[in-house]
Design a binder for this molecule. Structure first.
Ligand code: BG6
Length: 483
């Protein structure tokens, strides 16, 4: 891997502490970082290198998946870190950052390869990108790359405006937009899983598949993020990015020879084939909900409207279910159902593919035959199970049997670790391309408008349930049920 400088904006923030430092440390221990590597942490507060290194070390104790018995390794790792105090809106400060970067490049014989990671509030994305350009930080003899986190805009026009500003400094292939769902091992496995199994590949279409269900339920409520969440809702927080990414990964068709281009192209094709919604369609195809008080794992919890920081009478959505149609010959007539919500019964992330029932059995047997189900579990277990029908050796009747594989979560690299490694290596496969982001906002926008105009009713659901009854009815209408 090329030598490089990793410039982290938001170096004293929560994400850095919980995810980025542990991920870098795990890569370091696995000898996956380049030999010459330096991290410059950028933050608002005053802090010496030693204080910064102590903060990084602390975060490893709490959040690293590797146990830290080897003190010398830890010390060796934090020595890679340097700090630069900077007000990101002040163009002058960037000259100091440039000087520091060049100093370490020279001292550590690092080529002018610069990775900029913006782990900051989204309103700073464009000003930082602009200052990187103006200060000369972005003018290098090597490569430069940008990693950003969601939210990438809050509707079509803000996303376009942001992209336009970023693209004044960075080319599309230099921008790595993190969607951490794309870093989850079973999500990364999806295309390989279908491609590597001729059995599945042959039946991955509307002739055999009845419907697909994507669930990302959570037990947590709004936590301490009411200010953000009350303007975002489940639709922007989870559906526009994570759930649509899961849908794209499930429905895409890719050629045998898969490259990063093929995968992203396959996803884009799916996203562009999703049937657009009018506000009227949104009424019929989308269920929005908000949690009431209830119990989660035996503990009482308050309703969304009683959460600290939530506006009185807020009509914000904490639950979304949708029936999505993909206008592509392969998927004609196959509804893709998606649902996500806070304060639900369990934290589960999974994709269930329900197959059509066999028409070769006699009618009594058909009635008793359960559909074949392929469940791809992403959380809490990473695994796959397949429900088949088999004749009971005792009764002679057809009964469902399950074939099950579950990977142990322990020791699996975390999403951030995989994604950071890909970005450091310059592999964009599991990052969201601008075209995917733009078309997902285009699909979402009429839904946002329908919500704003109260066109889609807001259903309430008890905390600890699996969402409002209307989400069940959405499937009933087509003779389906949530698995
Ligand atoms: C984040 C959302 O992107 O994903 C959170 O902002 C949500 O609201 C989280 O809780 C869920 O991620 P995971 O990996 O725990 O399923």
């Amino acid at each position: 891997m090329d030598s490089m400088t990793f410039v982290l904006f938001g170096a004293t923030g929560d994400l850095a502490k919980r995810k980025i430092y542990p991920a870098l440390f795990n890569l370091f221990l696995d000898q996956k970082l380049p030999k010459s590597f330096s991290v410059i942490g950028v933050g608002r507060n005053n802090c010496t290198d030693a204080e910064f290194q102590a903060k990084v070390k602390d975060s490893l104790y709490t959040f690293s998946r590797h146990l830290l018995n080897d003190v010398s390794k830890k010390q060796e790792f934090v020595k890679l870190f340097h700090y630069c105090q900077l007000d990101v809106t002040d163009p002058e400060g960037y000259h100091k950052l440039l000087k520091l970067t060049v100093k370490h490049e020279e001292e550590q014989k690092i080529a002018e390869n610069r990775m900029f990671y913006l782990s900051v509030a989204p309103q700073f994305f464009d000003v930082i990108a602009l200052n990187i350009k103006r200060s000369g930080l972005g003018t290098t003899n090597g490569w430069k790359r940008l990693i950003i986190e969601k939210p990438f805009g809050h509707d079509v026009s803000s996303a376009q405006a942001l992209n336009e500003k970023l693209s004044r400094t960075f080319e599309e292939e230099e921008i790595f937009r993190i969607d951490h769902y794309l870093g989850k091992p079973m999500v990364q496995n999806l295309e390989a899983f279908v491609l590597a199994n001729p059995l599945l590949k042959a039946i991955w279409n509307n002739q055999f598949i009845s419907n697909v269900q994507i669930t990302a339920s959570e037990t947590v409520g709004v936590e301490n993020r009411a200010e953000y969440y009350d303007h975002t809702g489940a639709i922007r927080d989870m559906v526009q990015n994570h759930l649509l990414q899961l849908l794209m990964m499930t429905a895409m068709r890719i050629p045998e020879k898969k490259s990063s281009y093929d995968i992203r192209n396959g996803k884009r094709e799916v996203m562009e084939s999703i049937r657009p919604l009018t506000k009227e369609d949104a009424q019929a195809q989308i269920v929005r909900g908000q949690y009431l008080s209830g119990e989660i794992k035996g503990q009482p919890v308050v309703s969304y409207s009683e959460e600290t920081g939530v506006q009185a009478q807020s009509k914000n959505d904490t639950f979304i279910a949708a029936r999505v149609w993909i206008d592509h010959p392969y998927w004609k007539g196959v509804p893709f159902y998606i649902r996500t919500g806070k304060r639900m019964q369990e934290k589960i992330t999974k994709i269930v593919v329900e197959f059509r029932n066999s028409s070769d059995l006699d009618s009594v047997e058909i009635e008793n035959t359960k559909p074949n189900l392929l469940t791809i579990s992403i959380f809490p277990n990473e695994g796959v199970s397949l429900q088949l029908n088999s004749k009971s050796l005792m009764s002679g009747k057809i009964e469902p049997i399950n074939v099950h594989f579950s990977a142990s979560q322990r020791d699996l690299p975390e999403a951030y670790e995989r994604l950071l490694l890909d970005a450091l290596s310059g592999d964009p496969t599991f990052f969201a391309h601008w075209e995917e982001v733009e078309s997902s906002w285009k699909w979402i926008e009429p839904i946002l408008e329908a919500f704003e105009e109260d066109f889609v009713p807001l259903h309430h659901y008890t905390s600890g349930s699996m969402g409002p009854d209307a989400a069940q009815q959405l499937l009933d209408e087509w003779g389906h049920r949530w698995w």
